[in-house]
Design a protein around this ligand. Sequence first.
Ligand code: FES
Length: 200
Amino acid sequence: MAKKGSKNTATNPPTSYSFTKEQLKEIEALKAKYPEVQAVTLPVLWIAQDSFGHVNPDVQALVAKTLDLPESHVHGVAEFYTQYFKEPKGKHVLDVCTCLSCGLSGGVDIVRHLEKKLGINVGETTADGQFTLQEAECLGACGYAPMMQITNDVYVNHLTPEKVDKVLDQLISGSTPDFESIAMPLVDSTHTTKRGGSNE
Ligand code: FES
């Protein structure tokens, strides 16, 4: 679910929204794959978020109009998934997990460290539009606590203040932060459960 390349609209959100000809073509191709148009609500919201950086109510209205669906349907889908940004965000959205495992492992301290380092509170965006800081519910990587997700993409695990500082430097310089891939459990032919991970 890589969402790289989203435009930063935190400081200068557009005043009106429209899909390009190419995007409309892509949307028509998606619609042709499914018997019901409702099925493409999710991918079309992604196209919109990639293009505009968020899916605020005006963008949701555009998606509804494009798909000829009720705005209430598109709104309900967008609201259900936290991965859709319902308002403009910074270029990099830092979702720090503060649920049980991460909270007990220092997740809250990581949030405080980021607040101090970035000069903002949770829920705010830096004045230069680079970073939005958020607290997240469990991101499903409790064994790697404390962890954070960056703009719906990379998971950075076993956070420390020093690691966070390095991640910020990497993001500012335009490089991908160091992260550890998390493998799903595998079941072999003898039904033995294995776990695996690798450093990338
Ligand atoms: S508690 Fe943080 S990923 Fe589950």
